[in-house]
Write a protein that binds this ligand. Structure first.
Ligand code: NDP
Length: 326
């Protein structure tokens, strides 16, 4: 089969289209014939070496397809099931072996591209808005990169929960996308001081919670956008990792709370995974949650997909077509 692997971490050229054996499902695992793989920032972090794996390693953390075979003891899925998953590495490939407990069945009416696009960013938006800071009616949140893949989903879920949403984004066109996702106020943070704007919009109070995936370039001003005892959720590094922070900074800026969560710790049991995935896929099937799939690339063009994701030019989701590469 064809699979994208990294032999030496580095730039986009580190992604190598290799021909390797189709893997075999061991006990508790399922072999999935993939139709689509999601492209996510975490794939870039593995490619560059910010996140570590032993080379040569497979890449891609999200996919949708059909169960081809199951290993001993698998009860969650059966051959022929349409399934999707996130947070098991190796989805930039024609086949992947995935722990069966991480697979969810795709509801009728949801196609493979949509399911592949929904899992990682959708469950992330779910845990951020329902668990990290369970948003309540009338609370105000700040969502950075609100026109991005994860950002648009956070905005929509925050609105479902009755929050007031302030979004940020890089261009006026993206601002329109963020508004269409439901943001009440949008700040173009490449042109405006977003902390000052947040203070103006909230009458000097600050927001209850900041969902910050941008990282290095927004961290400090995100703290300045919070109300006293508000929560800073730093959940990504799109502009680079956040440098070390002194706890005294949190004191000086208003007895703030700071967390750095990841999806892996918020879908770590079968029950929790099914809760989040069935909410996300169910809302999509019911038309309550909209996904914007920006572009689908052939598997061989995975490097270009990653370049585009990192370029700040995209809104919504990027996918690989893993079925057409055979
Ligand atoms: P996006 O579609 O949001 O793309 C990233 C966006 O970040 C860009 O479009 C851009 O939007 C903004 N950005 C700001 N500064 C930069 C910069 N210097 N370089 C690149 N982008 C920049 O991507 P995803 O939705 O896939 O991921 C967003 C973030 O969420 C990533 O950091 C990712 O690691 C994180 N994440 C974390 C998870 C977790 O559990 N912790 C899980 C899933 C995602 P604009 O032009 O509007 O500023």
């Amino acid at each position: 089969m064809k699979a994208i692997r990294v032999h030496t971490p580095g730039g986009p050229e580190a992604l190598s289209l290799d021909t390797i054996d189709v893997p075999v499902a061991g006990p508790g695992q399922a072999l999935v014939k993939l139709h689509n793989s999601g492209v996510n920032f975490i794939d870039i972090y593995f490619r560059t070496g910010l996140y570590k794996a032993d080379p040569p390693f497979s890449i891609g953390m999200e996919g949708a397809g059909v169960v081809e075979a199951v290993g001993d003891g698998v009860t969650e899925v059966a051959k022929g099931d349409r399934v999707a998953y996130a947070m098991a590495r190796g989805s930039y490939a024609e086949f992947a072996v995935v722990p069966a407990w991480q697979l969810v069945k795709i509801p009728a009416g949801v196609d493979f591209p949509t399911a592949a696009a929904a899992m990682l960013q959708g469950m992330t938006a779910h845990y951020l808005t329902h668990s990290t800071w369970p948003l309540r009616m009338g609370e105000t949140c700040l969502v950075h990169a609100a026109a991005g893949g994860t950002g648009q989903l956070i905005v929509q879920m925050a609105k479902m929960l009755g929050a007031h949403v302030i979004g940020t984004c890089g261009t006026a066109i993206k601002a329109e996308t963020a508004r269409q996702a439901g943001a009440d106020d949008v700040i173009v943070y490449t042109e405006q001081d977003f902390a000052a704007e947040v203070k103006r919009i909230t009458n000097g109070k600050g927001v209850d919670v900041v969902y910050d995936s941008v990282g290095a370039s927004t961290f400090e001003k995100s703290l300045d956008s919070l109300r006293p005892r508000g929560l800073m959720v730093s959940f990504g590094n799109a502009s680079g990792p956040v440098p070390p922070v002194s706890p005294l900074t949190l004191n000086a800026k208003g007895s703030l709370f700071l967390t750095r969560p990841t999806l892996a710790h918020h879908a770590s049991t079968r029950d929790e995974l099914l809760w989040r995935a069935s909410d996300v896929l169910g809302w999509i099937a019911a038309g309550k949650l909209k996904l914007q799939i920006e572009q689908t690339y052939p598997l061989a063009d995975a490097a270009q997909a990653q370049v585009d994701l990192a370029s700040r030019k995209t809104s919504g989701k990027l996918l690989l077509d893993t079925a057409a590469s055979a």
